[in-house]
Design a protein around this ligand. Structure first.
Ligand SMILES: Nc1ncnc2c1ncn2[C@@H]1O[C@H](COP(=O)(O)OP(=O)(O)OP(=O)(O)O)[C@@H](O)[C@H]1O
Length: 312
């Protein structure tokens, strides 16, 4: 668990982050959202002390790390940013191995970890390990950036707009991939994003920031159903709130036993939002939920989807 107590940062006379206190449980994904300049990146960078806090304390697994040497702290915390920041003159393998090398891992352990991570991110080690960053696409580089951040089994992964520069399809793909890996490794993630849809999709808990303060910190569902009046409401409020609500759940959560298999068929991991879009597109009022083998495992009606998107 990571806990922040009364964290503040002033640059000159200007307050960028004001008396923040919050906790994120182990294995959870927390997203910091808010408009440009509200203090998201400054908050994130104080957690690994790329920026020194003006005041306040940070605890990781109960240990006060506020005064730990920053280098030591950064080896326990992975950090991935938009634009990746890979070392251009080093191979992909060497880039990923950066922190394990600093920690003095053996060559055998490093090679094994590099292969494991490349495979996890579906980059064939034989093809990619020896390449240089400029020989990779943006999406591939972004994967390597996250793999590098995970290399030394960090307790915490910090991500600052990690998918910001990618096209929507690649972005969605990488979000799915990261969620899968997060669940596999059970790692705690704190991510900064200006994209509310990304926060809703990725996070267990969303902290909405404005002018250096957290105005509300709740699960996506609670945030969408009960936003605090004012800034939070205007951020999450719009007419597409029902669609955002539907995006927080999957068919697996709401399906009932199959009565009569019918078209369309959709996988259990499909979001309710995509399911609704599919039913509208096909003019159907019911769908069959199928497992990976294509066998029917449940069904969901259009009516049920409409109910789930209702605010009341
Ligand atoms: N090194 C710095 N020196 C002076 N002011 C800074 C510095 N870094 C950030 N700030 C200021 O602190 C405030 C918060 O910046 P921060 O980068 O944390 O915002 P942000 O929410 O991440 O914004 P964005 O979404 O645009 O990246 C801004 O007013 C910014 O100008």
């Amino acid at each position: 668990m990571i806990e922040v107590r009364n964290l503040s940062k002033q640059f000159g006379g200007q307050t960028a982050v004001k008396d923040l206190s919050f906790k994120v449980d182990s294995g959870r994904v927390c997203a910091l959202v808010g408009t440009s300049g509200c203090g998201k990146s400054t908050t994130l960078r104080m957690l690994n002390r790329l920026i020194e806090p003006s005041s306040g304390e940070i605890f990781i697994q109960g240990q006060n790390v506020t005064t730990l040497p920053a280098e030591q702290l950064r080896r326990r915390i992975g950090y991935a940013i938009q634009g990746v920041g890979l070392f251009p003159h080093q191979t992909i393998a060497r880039n990923i191995a950066t922190v394990p090398r600093l920690l003095g891992w053996s060559k055998t352990d490093i090679d094994a970890r590099v292969s494991e991570l490349l495979s996890l991110f579906r980059l064939d080690p034989a093809t990619f390990a020896g390449k240089y960053p400029h020989q990779l696409s943006g999406g591939e580089q972004q994967r390597v950036g996250v793999a590098r951040a995970l290399a030394a089994h960090p307790e915490l992964l910090l991500m600052d707009e990690p998918f910001g520069a990618l096209d929507p399809l690649t972005r969605e793909h990488l979000q799915d991939e990261l969620l899968h890996i997060q669940q596999l490794l059970g790692i705690t993630i704190i991510m900064v994003t200006h994209d509310l849809e990304e926060a809703i999709k990725m996070a267990d808990v969303i902290a909405v920031m404005d002018k250096g303060e957290i105005l509300q910190m709740d699960s996506p569902d609670v945030l969408l159903r009960h936003p605090r009046p004012g800034f939070v409401q205007s951020l999450v409020g719009g007419q597409d709130r029902s669609l955002r609500l539907l995006a927080t759940q999957t068919l697996a959560k709401i399906m009932t036993p199959v009565t009569q298999p019918c078209d369309p068929a959709m996988s259990a991991g499909t979001s309710l939002r995509d399911a609704l879009a599919g039913l509208i597109w096909q003019g159907a009022d019911r769908l069959t939920v199928v497992n990976d083998a294509g066998q029917p495992v449940g069904e969901v009606t259009l009516n049920e989807l409409l109910k789930r998107g209702a605010g009341a």
